[in-house]
Design a protein around this ligand. Structure first.
Ligand code: AMP
Length: 506
């Protein structure tokens, strides 16, 4: 059994009536789950899985921030199976792609239905988890087993499933507990959850709250889209540890009431996933005097994050842009040049992560795994595709060396968007470029070579946007569509993105 599963068992035994999971929906209804319920329901579902499933293939868990998603996660692990969380915002065609790659024996519908012959309905899950059942501890996943698989944007247009083992997760959690001034034994913090469970940022709040015996206050998508409800939910949360992308904190900061009065207990902001602007840190220092702000960095492939820095006012005075921090114990950073040579401190190159939280590779994608992952002296390594350099013992992030971007905290491969746009009616070719404002990516523009030029670009763009919803999540759909007779090309035959950007500025 992994260390975190032991901890969950211990907390459930010691504080069965304490609330673990708390969420308010847009109708004002609340969804709660106590520690005792979490453990006992997970055990019953695990027992059912043990008795009814023939294989140990990872289980897909479909839903949106329902407390039963967590019950299903833990049940899968207790029954010796990894799990793959899929949020309802993932379009049908993409879910099919994930299911095609994973070939799961079971799809658990945790609060939302997914029609498939392998699905277990929500109703059935409720029935099983309120019945009887026991599971032997020997059945649980061990450290070297796959614990979860999170799918990220892949340049071919098909998402890649990053496989994280129990050991990777334990190693991440042990370090995560020390971020800022750390979480003391018996502290029972209240974490805030912003990211859907199909994004690895959510692993930070979910597993740190599970490990520390705390509480998770979950913000569903509808609440996040309504500033008034969002501020109300935050006020009620009593949260003291914040986990989000910097973009989400910026949205909250645009509301004047987002301050210490709203969240009097707040003592730590943990950020990951995209550049943390100095201006955001300064505003947080102003609005939440005494609270710590921690910047962390890492890809899904190395279990959420591997570097951290406490962004004090002194750090903000000294560095702009901020460093992403120092490497965690058990991991190592290297900066490599174009010939894969190691570069000295101060020189900029590709960031390589080695160590005990690096994934064992992409699920059923040997070629893509071989391209991105390697092993050196028995230690797993990952080529991030990020550009950066080391200075003063800190890692500094300088963007990507390929076509992956971050938009509002979401990881997107531009080629993923392009390949999916090319599936739409009348689209012969597509090229997508990110649009920046004040150094930050704010939207995507698609250049389309249609089989026939439309009479109204506006209407044609609307139609493509609507059709794209079957293939791409909302955040990957370009805001603007431009129709061209032909695409400008570079010498090596690729879409010339610089020329396309220049075209927009004409
Ligand atoms: P994801 O796998 O969605 O977590 O995305 C990982 C990518 O997000 C990294 O490879 C970086 O390009 C970017 N990223 C993560 N953390 C940071 C950070 N603190 N600052 C800047 N970029 C970041």
């Amino acid at each position: 059994m992994t260390d975190f599963l032991e901890k969950i068992k211990k907390h459930a035994a010691e504080q069965p009536d304490a609330v673990f999971y708390e969420s308010v929906d847009s109708e004002g209804g609340s969804k709660n789950l106590t520690w005792g319920e979490l453990r006992s329901k997970a055990v019953k579902l695990a027992s059912w899985m043990d008795a009814n499933l023939k294989t140990e293939t990872p289980v897909v868990i479909y839903g949106h921030k329902d407390p039963y998603m967590i019950v299903c996660f833990i049940a899968s692990l207790l029954s010796g199976r990894g799990y793959c969380p899929v949020d309802i915002s993932v379009p049908g065609d993409r879910v099919k792609g994930i299911i095609g790659n994973l070939n799961p024996e079971l799809i658990l519908c945790a609060g939302e239905e997914y029609e498939s012959e392998n699905s277990l309905s929500y109703e059935k899950i409720l029935e099983i988890t309120s019945g009887e059942g026991e599971i032997s501890e020997d059945k649980s996943i061990s450290g070297s087993d796959v614990c979860y698989i999170i799918y990220t944007s892949g340049s071919t247009g098909t998402p890649k499933g990053v496989q994280i083992t129990g050991d990777c997760l334990d190693n991440f959690i042990h370090w995560g507990m020390t971020l800022g001034s750390g979480i003391a034994d018996g502290e029972n913090p209240v974490f805030l959850n912003q990211a859907p469970f199909s994004f690895d940022l959510s692993v930070m709040d979910l597993y740190l709250s599970l490990y520390s015996g705390g509480k998770l206050h979950v913000l569903p998508k509808k609440i996040q889209g309504d500033m008034k409800m969002l501020m109300e939910s935050l006020k009620e949360s009593g949260a003291n540890i914040w986990v989000s992308t910097p973009s989400f904190a910026e949205v909250c900061l645009s509301d004047e009431s987002f301050n210490k009065e709203l969240l009097p207990e707040m003592k730590r902001f943990l950020f990951c996933g995209e550049t943390l602007p100095v201006s955001v840190v300064r505003k947080l220092h102003e609005r939440f005097p005494g609270a710590e702000v921690v910047n962390t960095y890492g890809p899904t492939e190395s279990t959420v994050a591997v570097t951290d820095i406490l962004c004090t006012p002194e750090v903000c005075d000294k560095y702009d842009p901020l460093p992403v921090g120092k490497i965690k114990p058990g991991s190592e950073l290297r900066i490599r040049g174009e010939q894969r040579e190691s570069l000295p401190e101060g020189e900029s190159g590709e960031i390589i992560i080695l160590g005990d939280s690096v994934s064992i590779g992409y699920r059923n994608l040997p070629e893509q795994t071989a391209k991105a992952f390697f092993e050196e002296d028995g230690i797993r390594g990952y080529r991030t595709g990020d550009k950066g350099y080391l200075k003063d013992g800190y890692l500094f992030y300088q963007g990507r060396i390929d076509l992956q971007i971050k938009l509002h905290g979401y990881r997107i491969e531009l080629e993923d968007v392009e390949n999916n746009l090319m599936k739409l009616s009348g689209v012969e070719r597509a090229a997508v470029i990110p649009i920046e404002k004040e150094g930050k990516i704010v939207s995507l523009t698609a250049f389309i070579i249609p089989d026939r030029m439309p009479e109204s670009s506006f209407k044609a763009g609307q139609a493509l946007r609507a059709e794209a919803k079957s293939f791409l999540p909302e955040y990957m759909i370009p805001k603007k569509f431009v129709f061209l007779e032909e695409l400008p090309m570079t010498n090596n035959g690729k879409a010339d993105r610089r020329a396309l950007l220049a075209y927009l500025k004409k």
